[in-house]
Design a protein around this ligand. Sequence first.
Ligand SMILES: Cc1cc2nc3c(=O)[nH]c(=O)nc-3n(C[C@H](O)[C@H](O)[C@H](O)COP(=O)(O)O)c2cc1C
Length: 202
Amino acid sequence: MFIKTDGPHGLPRNPFLSCIVPRPIGWVSSLSADGVFNLAPYSFFNGVANAPPMVMFASNGRQPHGPKDSVTNIEATGEFVCNLVSEELGEQMNATSASVSSDTDEFDLAGLETEPSELVKPPRVKASPIHLECTFHGTMELPSNDPEARNVICVGRVIGIHIRDEVLKDGIIDIESIRPLARLGYRDYTVIEKAYPMTRPK
Ligand SMILES: Cc1cc2nc3c(=O)[nH]c(=O)nc-3n(C[C@H](O)[C@H](O)[C@H](O)COP(=O)(O)O)c2cc1C
């Protein structure tokens, strides 16, 4: 079948996000201008440059109380952390996606311990095996079908990387031991449990 995206798709659910899989989950911690800890998962998330290392996540739509807090906080304070979600953290990651008011500490909400960052003020998720400390580079506005909502790409420069010692084997990140969670379409997730190498042609 072919779907033209400005018309009805005729399927029980919109298939778009099932066509881009698996998507890594950036579990973004930030600090509000008033100092409230914020934590939320974003699967429109990726690394977008290596030297210097840069990441992006895209915030879509709005909360019942207004714009999503992560981008608001990052634009106000200029810093954030991307925490990796391993399989065992799935339920707590999901809990932090609740639409709660901006004065709610989502570490508390999900029963997660914080750990101070080295170079930025937002804390890290202690239970997460990898953290990327980021400074805010900029936002890019995207079109939105809902005039009340903001769709935006938020780009950050990674200025520090924490890797838990146990997941480093001979200096290489043992991804199979981390079992990162990734997002599929609909309500589905997958776990990365197998990695294999492929050499690029010269
Ligand atoms: C696995 C997962 C991935 C998500 N990815 C996104 C995303 O890429 N963009 C987005 O706007 N919302 C995404 N959400 C929803 C946000 O996490 C949710 O709206 C959250 O309340 C935003 O929190 P904030 O207002 O503290 O930023 C995702 C939710 C889950 C569970």
